[in-house]
Ligand binder design. Structure first.
Ligand SMILES: [Zn+2]
Length: 152
């Protein structure tokens, strides 16, 4: 049995814990498929204060620029979602942005391409106001898909 590295496509022995070619950890965080954004970095960077983990991802965090804590959102203001990647650098990232009312009911869920998420950098995703029904109580972010980019 052999294991193909999902980043550099080198072939590794199935018992290998790291790719012999590029050093990628060959273990997903949850025992699921080896996929970009779901393999924990051996030395993850800590999330900055106030960031929450993104769903379906590891080492990926977000926070919203608006005050969501129960406050009603004006219908005319968009929201900035700040993303922080503490793990492997990712490209072609697509995220699902989900808004909930105070009871946890889903108000909207839209996919947003965000492109590159370099390791250790903050990237801002602007959500336009027309995607935000009122009143949104909380926003959650989930990883839909991503590709590996090679370390610089
Ligand atoms: Zn590799």
């Amino acid at each position: 049995m052999e294991l193909t590295c999902p980043r550099c496509l080198a072939t590794n022995r199935s018992v290998a814990r790291f790719c012999a070619h590029c050093g990628l950890v060959l273990e997903s965080a949850d025992g699921g498929p080896l996929a970009p954004g779901r393999i924990r970095h051996p030395e993850p960077l800590p999330a900055p204060e106030g960031f929450a983990p993104c769903a379906d991802a590891v080492d990926l965090y977000f926070r919203c620029e608006s005050a969501w804590g129960g406050a009603r959102l004006l219908g005319t203001e968009g929201v900035s979602v700040i993303l922080f990647n503490g793990g492997y650098p990712l490209g072609d990232v697509v995220l699902n942005v989900r808004g909930e009312d105070p009871t946890g009911r889903e108000l909207f869920a839209t996919e947003h391409p965000v492109g590159e998420l370099p390791r250790g950098k903050e990237v801002t995703l602007e959500i336009p106001s027309y995607e935000l029904p009122d009143p949104v109580h909380a926003v959650s972010i989930a990883l839909v898909s991503a590709e590996f980019t090679l370390d610089t």
